[in-house]
Design a protein around this ligand. Sequence first.
Ligand code: KIV
Ligand code: ZN
Length: 389
Amino acid sequence: MSKRRIILFDTTLRDGEQSPGASLTVNEKLVIAHQLARLGVDVIEAGFPIASEGDFEAVKQVAQNIKGPSVCGLARANQADIDRCWEAVKYAEKPRIHTFIATSKVHREDKLKKSPEEIIEITRNAVKRAKGYCDDVEFSPEDAARTSLDYMCDVVRAAIEAGATTINIPDTVGYAEPKEFGDRIRYLFKHVPEAKNVIISVHCHNDLGNAVANSLAAVEAGATQVEGCINGIGERAGNASLEEIIMNLITRRDYFNVDVAVNTREIYKTSRLLANLTGLEIQRNKPIVGANVFAHEAGIHQHGVLQNRETYEIMKAEDVGWTGENLVIGKHSGKHAVTALLSEEGFQLSDHQIRQITEKVKDLADKQKMVERDDVIAIARDVTNQLSE
Ligand code: KIV
Ligand code: ZN
């Protein structure tokens, strides 16, 4: 019997970009989107088209240029947002409109000032409007994790009736605990039988550090789409880290018994590229992509690993794309060393860019003998940004 396939929805370019200090240019978003396609995510949420001209342009360019993943844009549940979103995503091979409205009591009463019935009506109208543009429509009841179970089910039922093909259950403020969140998904399947005919998705924030655990609990409860960001970036404490979810599902496939279709060897490059372009560095002990993850310092660990790596390693470094190389760049280094280092860091460069970067690296090496990895990255960022301006 074939295994349940989990759809990986990457929102690095939308929710991730909402991280303080993480804003990206249109060109940078496009570079990251190409890398996400190489990684093999199923859906790229490229932005919130009505939010700004820049966001609109980024979503449009990702839609025009990315082949493979679906390209999604976010829209509040109103006509203007949905129309604008469609204008940007309509160029995609597989466009998706993702519309949302908050459903928890505190959001309804204090932010939206709408009754529960009004929210349901707005949901219906928004999904129908989006459906007039494309088949693939995702709906999210924002702050679902703090919404009463029965009301959440009522809203979801209305969204499905109106034509939503994916229902996403967000833990917007990272409030849920794993068992509780898994039980919420079970409750949904039990009380909304139509949920079996659509994709049930989850979207967890990390305020209490539970985003990945909550997402995995939802997968166990039957969710088939998981949303997250590379390096776990995002508003406040961030979103669920997509690379951690991927490696949980793969490393413990015996436990989850599901499939994902990603090229895990692209994980490290994707992570480095994002860190380089946003300037949001990764803590050394960050699971999967932190600098210490495959390093063994304690003597007893080193001894074990030398006999058999499995004594202390549950994943292979090469499976997530670590090369383990530590290239030293000096004035005798040529463009091959520079290319290798930058490719490890996730950059995809033209010959012209590589020549320019190599020249600048050699100039710097003349002055300071040793050029650090970070110097080469800074030069590459400078050259790639100059060309995109
Ligand atoms: O966290 C959240 O609720 C969101 C929604 C727009 C899905 O990002
Ligand atoms: Zn979010």
